[in-house]
Design a protein around this ligand. Structure first.
Ligand code: NAD
Length: 368
């Protein structure tokens, strides 16, 4: 079954996210209306080997002339150097403002290709074809694009909404198990933010999605995109409600940063899972949320094979984590902004979290 979800907001052109199995064969037909001139597919070397032939064949069958631009896989490609190389290739290909970029890959490809599309000739059209679960449920929708600098992740970027997103669940079949589980963390996050019923389903019948069951994955992706797009539609630039999507991210980012963003040690999704568990336990410790909810969050995250305790990721200093959390770009002024919860499915933004309480909590969680 194919589901088409509209995404709209006050300040951007509406677009559709198409989710389902077996969508790649018909991708060319869906992309054709946006491919008025030349089309460049930006992808990484791994995805190119696995999925570019089918994508190119589908585009060709629909009369879309496309060429491939390949980047090395991994977070290191979200750099000024790789952005410059990509833009130089686009210029060498002679792309102009009416042409199209297709981002075929995970969040790294989507973020880099998206930023290149935002910058190239002051902005050209972008179609996202996400190939990781994380990219399907999160990074391909909402228009955030970015690269990293040595001073931090995602610090240089732009809002550039795609014209179309096509999320083919079949592409996830080649994804390593650990990557699938990492994307599942973002799925769980969406339930935790605002849909307790969805979280119940993910914890029960839907849990097979974390193991690759296509029907469960389809439903999980559809509901995640509904939740994300509703929030983005209300608050594209993160003036308020969009910050809820950062549940687990302030703790998670700090932990990732302390580990030097070493994906072998901890993937982004694993950091988000651990961050969600910490955000719920901190909420419970502050008397904001029932302890039973925090315990359940931990049980469900652990059952998906994701980390829930600091010790699962390494040894940390509470002061260093706190400094990282305060330095997070989501921090406003001197205050520490945290996404906390009143219950499963009821997250809220706390713009003035008590630093001393966070430090004490981190020590109680085992940080030195
Ligand atoms: P990724 O893009 O690095 O992909 C993970 C790995 O899986 C890579 O090695 C890739 O080559 C491989 N891969 C991709 N698709 C595959 C497939 N179908 N089969 C086999 N292998 C495949 O990582 P990710 O987890 O998708 O994305 C992480 C990035 O997304 C981070 O940089 C993060 O900052 C960003 N992000 C952005 C947003 C946003 O709103 N823009 C949101 C969340 C995360």
């Amino acid at each position: 079954m194919t589901t088409t979800l509209p995404v709209s907001g006050a300040h951007f052109e509406p677009y559709e996210v198409v989710v389902g199995e077996g969508l790649t064969a018909g991708l060319g037909r869906r992309v054709a209306p946006f491919a008025r001139g030349r089309t460049v597919i930006i992808t990484d070397e791994t995805v190119a080997g696995l999925h570019a032939p089918a994508v190119l064949a589908s585009l060709q069958a629909a009369g879309v002339r496309a060429r491939l631009l390949t980047i090395p896989p991994g977070e290191n490609s979200k750099s000024f150097a790789e952005l410059e190389r990509v833009i130089d290739r686009l210029l060498a290909f002679g792309l102009d403002r009416r042409d199209l970029i297709i981002a075929l890959g995970g969040g790294v490809v989507g973020d880099l290709a998206g930023l290149a599309a935002a910058l190239y000739m002051r902005g050209i059209d972008l179609v996202q074809v996400p190939t990781t679960l994380l990219a399907q449920v999160d990074s391909s929708v909402g228009g955030k694009t970015a690269i990293d600098t040595p001073r931090g992740k995602n610090l240089v970027g732009a809002f550039h909404q795609p014209r179309l997103v096509v999320a083919d669940i079949d592409l996830l079949a080649t994804l390593p198990e650990r990557q699938l589980r990492s994307g599942w963390a973002e799925v769980l996050k969406h339930g935790l933010i605002c849909d307790a019923g969805f979280f119940d389903w993910l914890a029960g019948e839907g849990a097979v999605g974390a193991k690759g069951d296509p029907a469960a994955l389809t439903r999980a992706v559809v509901r995640s995109i509904e939740i994300k797009s509703a929030i983005v539609g209300e608050d594209e630039k993160e003036a308020g409600r969009r910050a809820l999507l950062n549940l687990g991210h302030t703790f998670g980012h700090a932990i990732e940063a302390e580990l030097g963003f070493d994906e072998d040690a901890l993937t982004h999704g694993e950091a988000v899972a651990l961050g969600c568990a910490l955000a719920f336990r901190f909420s419970a410790a502050r008397g904001l949320c029932p302890l039973a909810d925090a315990d359940r969050v931990e049980t469900v995250i652990a059952a998906a094979g994701l980390p829930t305790r600091l010790e699962h990721a390494g040894a940390f200093s509470a002061d260093r984590l706190l400094a990282r959390m305060a330095g997070d770009k989501k921090a406003e002024g001197g205050g520490l902004t945290l996404i906390l919860a009143r219950a499963i499915g009821d997250a809220f933004v706390d713009k003035a979290a008590d630093r001393a309480a966070v430090a004490a909590f981190l020590r109680a969680e085992g940080a030195a």
